[in-house]
Design a protein around this ligand. Structure first.
Ligand code: S5P
Length: 344
């Protein structure tokens, strides 16, 4: 299923090592979060109401590093910038430590995607750390979104500096928030915090306020999981080119395999079309499609063999009897596949 591509250094590097070389501040944050939470799981929260979404995010939050939404499939989405669903998701993201990825798949001319990203009732840019683009209209869609994000970034920065509340996120400057605090706490894990590192030399680095930086990131939809899709190799490579041209905004791809090929590529890969056979049948069990074109592969195949970084799982978790326990199982299997890949 994944092409026979030359082995790229990002296949062997740990997430912590890759964080150091990440040019995008949000990628740097996400890679550190993955290492610290020992998770490379994104929940695709495709439920039907905003209330269910918030409930699920709170339950599954400890196991995931990214929560993916389709805000337009949810009944009862509250658009209020300070108290609405986006703002509530933001506080759950801070509570549990995950990023919000609105799977909007923008796919229009540059000017229109800018308006869709920043305006309307949803004002996606205000609550989604990450969005994605369908590059069918050409590279201008990427450029349009990048410009919109740069404008947003300078507006938020200005508003924070002048202490005007903007409804998004955080009261402190990103630089302060990114600075780890160092405390003496020999060999003890610090209770109640989701971010902590294993003690080294008797010193534990505790990132108390490790909230995401004020940045927005883009994933380019470079390959799809569905049968008969039209994203051929030429298209995929055009997506890679566009990503290289906008490294300050593009974090990586939604793809089915690792697409890093030039020595300086350090993109992240998030991969949908992932399911596990039922517990107890994992060795021999097969995963079937959904009857509507969706194909599924296991975390071992996607992360281990195809070299992707984060698995995106929807119905495999949501439809389980106990989504919380199932999220833990997916997290464990995807993390094991990552550990195997980097240690071989
Ligand atoms: O190629 C793709 C790209 C995406 S973003 N295939 C996908 O399935 N997706 C999304 O991932 C899709 O829109 C859905 O939200 C999720 C997969 O859900 P599942 O229930 O099949 O795991």
């Amino acid at each position: 299923m994944c092409a026979d591509r030359p082995k790229h250094p990002t296949l062997k590097a740990t997430f912590a090592e890759r964080a150091k070389g990440a040019s995008h501040p949000l990628s740097n944050y996400l890679l550190r979060l993955m290492e610290l939470k020992q998770s490379n799981l994104c929940l695709s929260a495709d439920v039907t109401s905003a209330r269910e979404l918030l409930h699920l995010a709170d339950k599954v939050g400890p196991s995931i590093v990214v929560l993916k939404t389709h805000y337009d499939i949810l009944a009862g989405w509250d658009y209020h910038p300070q108290t609405g669903t986006g703002a509530k998701l933001g506080s759950l993201a801070r509570k549990h430590g995950f990023l919000i990825f609105e799977d909007r798949k923008f796919g229009d001319i540059g000017h229109t995607v800018q308006m869709q990203y920043t305006g309307g009732t949803a004002r996606i840019i205000d609550w989604a750390h990450i969005v994605n683009v369908n590059m069918v209209p050409g590279k201008a869609a990427v450029q349009g979104l990048a410009e919109a994000a740069a404008k947003w970034r300078s507006r938020v920065n200005y508003e924070v500096k002048t202490s005007v509340s903007v409804g998004t996120p955080f009261p402190m400057s990103s630089t302060r928030r990114m600075e780890p605090r160092t405390t003496r706490a020999t060999g003890i894990s610090v209770q109640g915090r989701w971010l902590r590192q294993v003690p080294t030399n008797g010193t534990t680095t505790v990132e108390k306020e490790a909230l995401p930086p004020y940045e927005r990131g883009l994933l380019i939809l470079a390959q799809m999981s569905s049968t008969g899709n039209f994203m051929n190799e030429e298209y995929t490579q055009a997506c890679v080119e566009a990503a290289r041209e906008h490294k300050d905004f593009v974090m990586g791809f939604v793809s089915q395999e690792n697409l890093n090929s030039s020595p300086t590529d350090s993109f992240l890969h998030m991969t949908p079309g992932c399911q596990l056979p039922p517990e107890g049948e994992e060795e021999n069990g097969a995963v079937m499609g959904d009857g509507l074109g969706q194909n599924y592969n296991t975390p071992a195949k996607l992360v281990g063999l195809c070299g992707t970084d984060i698995i995106i799982v929807g119905r495999g978790i949501i439809k389980a009897g106990d989504p919380q326990a199932e999220a833990k199982r997916y997290r464990d299997r995807a993390w094991t596949a990552y550990q195997k890949r980097t240690s071989q």
